[in-house]
Design a protein around this ligand. Structure first.
Ligand SMILES: [Zn+2]
Ligand SMILES: [Zn+2]
Length: 132
């Protein structure tokens, strides 16, 4: 599926071929800290192409020693993708909230549920408001 996306300040824009079957909610503690939120929703994509802007890249080393390049907008801080540490962009993980097609990309699974914040797994009972 062809997807397009942008960071919050729109200096970074991109396109890619994403796999809608790979959309996953990740509850790992790295995603919690890197997003500043309860979990990350991401999907795999190939043929990632930057159309404008230049993300800052930070190399994360996991407990296992595996390295991933995490990119984000140096101005507004939106996470853009993670990929191979050598900078190749043929197999990246995109962050759902930056995609123009995010409403159509429903998650297919949850991973790292053992570190899920206990309240993050069911928001059904929570009072809802159309706006703030
Ligand atoms: Zn930005
Ligand atoms: Zn994660």
């Amino acid at each position: 599926m062809h997807v397009t996306g942008h960071c919050y300040c729109r200096k970074i824009t991109f396109e890619a071929e994403a796999d809608p079957a790979s959309v996953a909610v990740c509850h790992c503690t790295d995603c919690q800290e890197l997003t500043g939120s309860a979990y990350r929703v991401a999907l795999r994509a190939k043929n990632f192409k930057l159309l404008s802007g230049a993300p800052k890249v930070w190399i994360k080393t996991a407990e296992s020693g595996r390295q991933r390049a995490h990119s984000f907008c140096p101005d507004c801080g939106s996470p853009i993708y993670s990929g191979a540490p050598d900078g190749k962009l043929d197999d990246v993980s995109l962050r759902i909230g930056t995609l123009d097609q995010c409403r159509d990309l429903e998650p297919k699974k949850q991973i790292w549920t053992r570190s899920a914040l206990p309240w993050a797994l069911d928001l059904h009972g929570l009072e809802g408001h159309q706006k703030q």
